[in-house]
Design a protein around this ligand. Sequence first.
Ligand code: C2E
Ligand code: CA
Ligand code: CA
Length: 739
Amino acid sequence: MNQSVADTHFDVVKDNRMLVNITSLSRKSETTRPYETHGIAHGNAELKQEEIAQPKKDALLRHFVESVPAAFAILDTEMRYLAVSQRFLADHLISENDLIGRSHYDIFQETPLSWREFHKRGLAGETIRHEDPLSLSGGGADVVRWDIKPWFEAGKIGGIFIFSEIVNNNANNEKELQLAAMVFHGCGEAMMITDAGNRIVAVNPAFERITGYQNKDVIGQNPSLLNSDRHDSAYYRAIGQAIHGTGRWQGECWNRRQNGEIFSVSATVSTLFNSDGSVHRRVAIFSDITHKKEAEKLIWQQANLDSLTGLPNRRLFREHLSQEIRIARQADLPLALMFLDLDGFKYVNDTLGHDVGDILLVEAANRLQACVRKTDHVARLGGDEFTVIVSNLPDSASVERIARNILKKLSEPFILGNEVAYVSASIGITLCPNDAAEIEELLKNADQAMYAAKQQGRNRLCFFTQSMQEAAQVKRRLVNDLRDAIERNEFQLVYQPIVELATGIVRKAEVLIRWNHPSRGPISPAEFIPVAEETGMIHEIGEWVFREAADQALQWKNLHHPEFKVSINMSPVQFRRPDRDGAAWADYLDAIGLPGKNIVIEITEGLLLDASPEVTSQLLAFREKGITIALDDFGTGYSSLSYLKKFSIDYLKIDQSFVRSLAQDNDDMVLCEAIIVMAHKLGIKVIAEGVETEKQRSLLTTSGCDYAQGYFFSEPVFADKFDAYIETRTHVGEHIFYI
Ligand code: C2E
Ligand code: CA
Ligand code: CA
């Protein structure tokens, strides 16, 4: 077999009779061991080598090499490229200028062809099979198998690379490569490929679009150029460790665009390994999830933060509390839970408007936060209710200090635009684990303690005590019993006469409810009405009272006098029922045939303060029906003259507290007189409550008070006793009954 490579691969016939000699391509002229170049006869005539001129041979050879439709390259003894086919250039994505004259090892650093092996086996005349990863012009990469033939010059060895085959080459593979290229370029997700040295070697158009960096800006750079300061170095170190350890990482992180903007990505990093296990490439794929993140954040905020103050809301507060309870248990350090309710906030809201009220709440939230440590949690449960979790509590004295400071800070004036407002706070405090260790119990405790602080006169703090719990238990039992009371007919109505002072005639009766509890006996409405209001049971009770009282009024209208009135107490809560039908009571009166003028509705001052459109329209409906309105407990609330006029009140009931200590020339006397004069000026009649003595009666009579009720005349009594009472008075003849 011939040692020369030329015989096999370069003895090429052109136009049927051309021979070429590889030596002519050599840039070195001296030839220590000339190649034997064999002519191969084609056709009938054999052409002698000398017959072809050397320059022509060179040109022909070059022409041949360039145009041969296979990947093909000739390297000199220093492994520098001498000549290559066009196909070789195309397959390697390299230009002739970049290749010719340069060392194979400079250009294709990764080709793991051992020179020594090539030399050794080449000298023995062996053809070497070499597999080489090759980027294909269609995109993608594949392993290409080469035949490398040695050739010799001055004892040195050169090489001829001849493309043999693409390993596993088949149509599918080619398609897959095309597909991969398409995906890379057309993918909506950013792709970034780095080499083993963590230098970026390729990025796709989506990367350019998302990051703002152009291909040329990033090739050769470290991917850390995308890092943002949203994460510390430990975070990036952890990602690096995951990638080095497993070759993969998946997660979300905040990056920085070229314009400095921070954006969030969901990313996957995977690694392409060489056959020896070393890293060949890493591929990072990421998509921009900033909008998604922002939407998520918004949803989170809406679910967890109070939109007015930005404080955690009830939901997040509960989460924080259960977290802190867990920590307190583990660290054996107590925590305190405070419930805080602003006193007088409602008044600010009603008099200065909700917008001003909102500013006050925001300011109150700021003051609260300034009173606690960063690690404590302030939350707004709604309205003017706040909570504070004070964790890591060294002793209960320190929470008292904090609470006192809060009281002080909240009672300072609030400057709200042009207005100055004053509020205070009632604070309930419970300790974990001292009072309770469970979330629900702590909430209940703090609430009870807060309620106690309110009861004790506001602007104060109250620690939870066991007796509060007992009181709460009593209340809970009361609630349960109240539920059954209507069905079990445990309620009764009593009536207290209302006497016209000038004549002594009983003109009206106030109806008052009694609860005859099966085990506790009679329970005062002052005890159970607030509970019924709180639980909403007042609606059912109120309806029952109205119908019973109307039925009674009908009887008395017929029995005593066509103008006789029964006065019914109506809780503000009854007005607030959303499904309340204003006409329902009027319909009932129509059904039983009782004119509205025989009914008086007693309302409280608070209702007018808080008068919503529903309250106003309900009062109007009463008026249209001819029902009269009395303002109960006058003088204890915030009523102003403007309310009295606005809501056309018929009667004012002076509260018992003024009547009780009535004496000639004392303050209460002056007040009563003033109320009477003022009411008369507004066309309003006055009823004095709680008249117990003859002295009170006579003072009120001389002051011009219109009506009076109280133990002096009669206690509230059952209807039959009421009739008897009237009977007696008429018999005695002391007072004339109905003239
Ligand atoms: P109120 O409307 O101010 O009723 C007057 C209260 O004073 C009644 O107490 C009555 O028994 C009591 N009283 C009457 N005369 C005198 C007196 O000379 N001296 C003293 N010290 N007290 C006198 P009662 O019946 O315990 O009712 C307490 C409150 O419960 C009532 O105060 C009213 O606000 C509420 N209430 C009673 N019945 C009803 C009802 O049917 N519906 C609603 N919503 N509230 C009711
Ligand atoms: Ca009343
Ligand atoms: Ca009253």
